[in-house]
Ligand binder design. Structure first.
Ligand SMILES: [Zn+2]
Ligand SMILES: [Zn+2]
Length: 294
């Protein structure tokens, strides 16, 4: 892009950039011939993955339609070399120069639309467009541990530029479908585990699901609500490095809403044994606060 002394400057596209590039050329003695070979457009493919696919990775086959250089005419747009004529208006420069005050200004040639050449005998395959629209099947390795919202960049897999410009990039934007049980928190796989208040108090074993099948975990006696228990290494692998996340189980203590007369009696017995007052407002929040500050 650009030419001569303007190399490395990026003034963007359009009239502004053209004028300034031209000034640089005039000052630094650069030259430019023919149309600027613009880079092809970037493409985005939206890929939806299941929860498991995101954790373990996937070899995906993606159908990607894109504009590619026409092979039959080698991107010239003409059937034969003789079918390509130098534009008489700009004499192949693709630009028309004119003086505007102190500056020499150039504008793209309308006759050849900036190409510098006129196709008199168009290629039958691309009909003179120089590119063809083709669908390709692309094999893409989705890395294990990818998360919803991440984008993979596949360099040069975007569209080919017009007039032989380099290809753009292909972005694969990943969305992960929600799982009925699990959620991701970074590399950890998180799930809620309902546990009876009796098990939480006395301790016990609970069967839980993992992505690799059901297993049994030990709930220690005196486990509090929302306590997080971990199964090491059962999470998703890290995209960088060798780390693997854990499965994190959030204990959700279940309080019974209906008690039999016998259960009620036992609970009352338990309260008495614990020295709790069963009065209407005997064990309230503010009483506890009071004892805390006395
Ligand atoms: Zn021209
Ligand atoms: Zn062609």
């Amino acid at each position: 892009q650009g030419g001569g002394g303007a190399e490395g400057f990026d003034f963007g596209r359009g009239g502004f950039g053209d004028v300034f590039n031209d000034i640089f050329e005039d000052f630094f003695g650069g030259t430019r011939r023919g149309q600027r070979a613009e880079r092809g457009a970037d493409l985005q493919y939206n890929l939806e993955l299941s929860f498991d696919e995101a954790v373990y990775g996937k070899d995906a086959k993606l159908k990607i339609p894109r504009w590619e250089h026409c092979r039959d005419c080698k991107g010239t747009g003409a059937k034969t070399a003789a079918g390509l004529k130098v534009c008489s208006s700009c004499k192949g420069a693709g630009q028309l120069r004119f003086q505007q005050g102190f500056f020499s200004v150039s504008r793209p040639c309308h006759q050849c639309e900036g190409a510098g050449q006129i196709i008199s005998d168009p290629c039958g395959t691309c009909r003179g467009r120089k590119r063809v629209y083709k669908e390709r099947l692309l094999s893409v390795t989705i890395p294990a541990g990818i998360e919803s919202g991440m984008r993979l960049r596949l360099a040069n897999e975007g569209e080919h530029g017009e007039s032989g410009g380099p290809p753009g990039d292909l972005y694969v934007a990943v969305t992960v479908k929600p799982h009925p049980i699990f959620t991701r928190k970074g590399n950890d796989i998180v799930c809620d585990v309902p546990v009876s208040f009796v098990t939480a108090v006395l301790g016990g074993k609970v069967e839980i699901p993992t992505l690799k099948g059901d297993t049994i975990i030990k709930v220690p006696a005196g486990t509090q609500h929302d306590k997080a228990l971990r199964l090491k290494g059962l999470g998703a692998p890290s995209l960088k490095g060798q780390d693997t996340g854990d499965q994190v189980m959030k204990i959700k203590i279940q309080i019974p809403t209906k008690l039999t007369a016998k259960q009620k009696e036992l609970m009352t017995e338990f309260a008495k044994e614990s020295g709790m007052s069963m009065d209407q407002d005997g064990d309230g929040f503010f009483d506890k606060m009071k004892t805390l500050f006395e």
